[in-house]
Design a protein. Sequence first.
Length: 296
Amino acid sequence: MTEVPHVFDRAAVLAHRARAARGFAAHDVLFRETADRLADRLADIRRTFPVAVELGARHGITRGLLAGRGGVERWIEVEAVAGFRPAVVAEPEFLPFADGALDLVFANLALHWINDLPGALVQVNRALKPDGLLLATMFGGETLRELRQALLQAEAEIEQGAGPRVSPFVDVRDAGMLLQRTGFALPVVDAETITLTYADPFALMRELRGMGEANAVALRRKSFSRRATFLRAAEIYAADFGTADGRIPATFQIITLTGWRPAANQQKALRPGSAAQRLADVLGAPEHSAGEKAAR
């Protein structure tokens, strides 16, 4: 068996999520926006989903955002900590659902603190019925690039060394290959960027803490950083990325994943060369064989 990498401190992840549960509604702007966008995608799929599970449901905002959209008949909220009062307390790495029990798994910003992401996706695939749908968002590699750069530079200057301050995130290409590797059919992956602005980097860090997104990287520094380091990071952030009105931007790259559990009657991609119409006919252009150059 392949050993699971220990990238994240699971106890810290759960502690951060439990702390955030007490006041998450005051810090849910990003989660609400991504949930709404994901709900729009679900509404575009013309079919019903008798049993749907939402992983990482937080305070249950997605149920309200759906408001009858998406053909969902039964919506089950799952969270890793009890403080959010979900229907089921469980982590994505340890799903309690029987094989073939679900029609839809909806996971909004719920998969990026997982050590065994391939294993979690395999579990999701098994829990879905044939032709069941996974619809998920994750943070991508460009997320918090400004904060990462400012902290790394400040630590290098003040403390003569830098530890990991921001979670390593998956990129679009890796996400697509991951869906295929874990058995999903018709995988689709795309990315978009949401930029939020804050009064200063300290306001951004308070927001991340309130979201339950504080640093939980296993190799993070366990000791407190110097106050001078954070002050220098704030200077760098403002100088390199600050806006004209004195605020600072924070980039969140959102990767959306869509995949289906394979089914016998599922739509299949066409074999190479099996198209019923030539591309040249569609484009109204002459066709040239391989290696043949068009006359100038």
